[in-house]
Design a protein around this ligand. Structure first.
Ligand SMILES: NC(=O)c1ccc[n+]([C@@H]2O[C@H](COP(=O)([O-])OP(=O)(O)OC[C@H]3O[C@@H](n4cnc5c(N)ncnc54)[C@H](O)[C@@H]3O)[C@@H](O)[C@H]2O)c1
Length: 249
């Protein structure tokens, strides 16, 4: 028996990187997975095949997490297909670099609307159904930069700090009704998002990281599986940090 046998999970941003790894790890543990990504179904074909290779179901719903209608349609499609959703991973996120003094409002809005508004919209769209069934797990993918801040990523840092605050507030609202809410704040992980950073940023970050290397997706997914499964049943409003020592609390 897998740790997530017969559970249904929605993973946003699961066509790539950390979300892809989470979706496959969930499938390995027996969960069916809804892949909700703004990328095309063709772009998601690799993760969809990997999920199905574990003998569970995969549903792709093209979704822009920053768009209310798109998110509500995704939630309806997930419930229409599976009848219920047990686990939501708010993972979709974007990253750009700019000093605040040069940052355009468009850039700020794009990052905050994807990372923070998207987390709110997806949670709201699935929360009532979780509360009605008296069971749910919401896992928000934050970032260590939401804890310590990062120069030239003010919008990203603010959005991820917002995700951590949202996690704590929601946990206080719903924990007694069977829905557990937590965050995972990874350090720098080798994904397409990290590759979009400048070489200068990467070498500075490597120099200051206690562990001396970037992490892999497989070093993040076990924490998410733990929180999604019975192993995580006493975690409430926490922010767990697979971060190579970039943050020590
Ligand atoms: N890679 C890192 O170093 C790192 C560190 C800390 C936190 N994170 C967080 O982990 C999450 C995943 O990042 P990643 O490194 O795997 O990035 P990635 O770029 O590899 O994957 C992000 C996925 O999100 C999707 N996406 C982007 N905007 C979307 C939108 N509006 N609606 C739906 N889908 C959207 C993309 O299509 C992509 O499939 C993000 O929230 C990111 O902030 C990453």
């Amino acid at each position: 028996m897998g740790k997530l046998e017969s559970r249904v999970a929605v993973v946003t941003g699961a066509a790539s990187g950390i979300g892809e790894g989470i979706a496959i790890a969930f499938a390995r543990e027996g969960a069916s997975v809804v892949v909700a990504d703004r990328a095309s179904e063709a772009d998601a074909s690799k993760v969809l095949a990997a999920i199905r290779s574990h003998g569970v179901e995969a549903l792709f719903v093209r979704t822009d997490v920053s768009d209310e209608d798109s998110v509500n349609l995704m939630a309806q499609a997930a419930i229409a297909r599976f009848g219920h959703v047990d686990i939501l991973v708010n993972n979709a996120g974007i990253f750009t670099e700019s000093l605040i003094e040069n940052m355009s409002v468009t850039d700020w809005d794009r990052v905050v609307n994807t990372n923070l508004r998207g987390t709110f919209l997806c949670t709201r769209a699935l929360l009532n159904q979780m509360l009605d069934q008296g069971y749910g797990r919401v896992i928000n993918i934050a970032s260590q930069l939401g804890q310590i801040g990062g120069a030239s990523v003010g919008h990203y840092s603010a959005s991820k700090a917002g995700v951590i605050g949202f996690t704590k507030a929601l946990a206080r609202e719903v924990s007694r009704r069977g829905v557990l809410v937590n965050a995972v704040a990874p350090g720098p992980i080798e994904t397409p998002l990290l590759l979009s950073e400048t070489e200068e940023w990467r070498s500075n970050k490597l120099a200051e990281l206690p562990i001396g290397r970037f992490g892999t997706v497989d070093e993040v997914t076990p924490t998410v599986v733990m929180l999604a499964s019975a192993d995580g049943s006493y975690y409430v409003g926490q922010t767990l940090g697979p971060n190579g020592g970039d943050v020590m609390l």
